[in-house]
Design a protein around this ligand. Structure first.
Ligand SMILES: Nc1ncnc2c1ncn2[C@@H]1O[C@H](COP(=O)(O)OP(=O)(O)OP(=O)(O)O)[C@@H](O)[C@H]1O
Ligand SMILES: O=P(O)(O)OC[C@@]1(O)O[C@H](CO)[C@@H](O)[C@@H]1O
Length: 301
C-alpha cells in the first residue's frame, strides 16, 4: 500500500497576467484551479503512472469539497479527515515574467482531528510506503512528521519525506527511504552558500550521515543529484523541453522516483524516472501523464 499525507492541501489558483504591476489593477489572461498540496500532487502523478495509492490528510469547507472532487476525478483513492470548521487554503500562483506564489496558512486542526489521522495510518505495515509532503498548518505541533514516523517505527513502513528545514532534519534519525530537498533548501538547512555540484554532494552526504537512506537533491532546470544508499553520487541533466508550469515538478519527481523504484527496486532507474517525471510536469500545464513521461524517458540515456 502506498499512502500520501497532505496535512495542508490547497486549491492552487494559477493566474496569468501580462506585465504584472504592483499597486495597479491587473487583468488576468488565463486562470486555472487545481487541487494541490504536495502529497496530493504525488498521489495524482503516482496514479497517472499506474501506481494505486491513497491520499490522506485534512480538508475543510467548500474548498475542501472541491479538492476531494478533483482528486476523485483523477481516480485516486482518498481517506481525508473532514474538519468541522475553517476552509482548506487557496494558494495563488501568479505567472507573469516570473512565478510568484502566495500560499495560505490553512485551517485549525484539533487534538481529536490528529487522533483521527493516527487511527488511519495505524493500519500500515511492512512493504507499505508513506509519503509525508509539504508544510504543516500552524495549529499542528511542528514535530508531527517525526511523531508519525516514531509511531510507525517498528511497522516496516518505508517513508519518503519532502519537507524543509527542521521539519526534515528532525525526521532523519528515523531513517527515511528518500528525502528530496531542492538545492536552495539544502543550502538553507546548513546555512551555507552552495557554489556547485561538489557542495551539493558534500551537504547531501551530511543528510545521509544524519540518517536518510537515499538523498535526492533537485535543481529545477539544472537536473538533480542523487546520493544512493551505498554512498554513490549520481547526477542527471534534464531532458530538453519548454517550461510551462513548474508547480508540482518536485512532487512529480518524488512520484516518478517511487514508481520507478517499485518496478524492480533499481535505484538508478528510479532516479531516471524521477527526473523524467519532474520534467514532464514542468513541460506541461498540468501534472505529468504516463505518455508524457515515456516520451521524455525515450530521449534520456
Ligand atoms: N525548468 C525546468 N526544466 C526541466 N525540468 C525541470 C524544470 N524545473 C523542474 N524540472 C524537473 O523537476 C525536478 C524538480 O524540480 P525542482 O527542483 O524545481 O523541485 P521543487 O523545488 O521541489 O519544485 P516545486 O516545489 O515547484 O514542486 C527537477 O529535478 C527536474 O527534473
Ligand atoms: O505550502 P507548502 O505545503 O509548502 O506547499 C504547497 C504547494 O505550493 O506545493 C505544491 C507544489 O509543490 C502546490 O500544489 C501547493 O500549492
Amino acid at each position: 500500500m502506498i499512502n500520501t499525507i497532505t496535512l495542508n492541501p490547497s486549491l492552487d489558483y494559477i493566474v496569468k497576467v501580462n506585465n504584472f504591476k504592483v499597486d495597479e489593477l491587473n487583468r488576468s489572461v488565463g486562470e486555472q484551479i487545481y487541487a494541490g498540496g504536495k502529497g496530493i500532487n504525488v498521489s495524482i502523478v503516482l496514479k497517472n503512472l499506474g501506481v494505486e495509492n491513497t491520499a490522506l490528510g485534512y480538508v475543510a469547507g467548500f474548498t475542501g469539497d472541491e479538492i476531494l472532487r478533483q482528486i476523485k476525478e483523477h481516480d485516486v483513492d482518498c481517506d481525508f479527515v473532514k474538519l468541522e470548521n475553517g476552509l482548506s487554503r487557496i494558494n495563488v500562483k501568479l505567472k507573469s515574467d516570473g512565478e510568484t506564489e502566495i500560499n495560505g496558512s490553512g485551517p485549525d486542526i484539533t487534538e481529536e482531528d490528529l487522533k483521527s489521522l493516527y487511527r488511519k495510518i495505524s493500519k500500515l505495515g511492512k512493504g507499505d510506503f508513506l509519503i509525508l509532503s509539504g508544510s504543516i498548518p500552524k495549529s499542528i505541533p511542528d514535530d508531527i512528521y517525526e511523531n508519525i514516523m516514531k509511531a510507525l517505527l517498528y511497522s516496516g513502513v518505508e517513508f519518503i519525506v519532502d519537507a524543509t528545514k527542521d521539519l526534515l532534519l528532525n525526521v532523519l534519525k528515523y531513517r527515511p527511504f528518500l528525502i528530496k530537498p531542492n538545492h536552495h533548501e539544502l543550502a538553507e538547512m546548513f546555512n551555507v552558500e552552495i557554489k556547485g555540484d561538489e557542495d551539493i554532494i558534500k551537504y547531501a552526504k551530511k543528510l545521509q550521515e544524519m540518517g536518510a537512506k537515499n538523498v535526492l537533491i533537485s535543481m529545477a532546470g539544472d537536473g538533480a543529484i542523487l546520493i544512493t544508499e551505498n554512498g554513490e553520487a549520481l547526477k542527471r541533466d534534464v531532458p530538453k523541453g519548454t517550461l510551462k508550469n513548474s508547480v508540482g515538478a518536485g512532487d512529480s519527481m518524488v512520484a516518478g522516483f517511487l514508481a520507478g523504484y517499485l518496478k524492480n527496486h533499481d535505484i538508478k532507474e528510479a532516479f531516471k524516472m524521477g527526473v523524467a517525471t519532474g520534467s514532464a510536469s514542468a513541460f506541461s500545464e498540468e501534472l505529468a501523464t504516463e505518455k508524457e513521461v515515456n516520451e521524455l524517458l525515450a530521449k534520456m540515456n
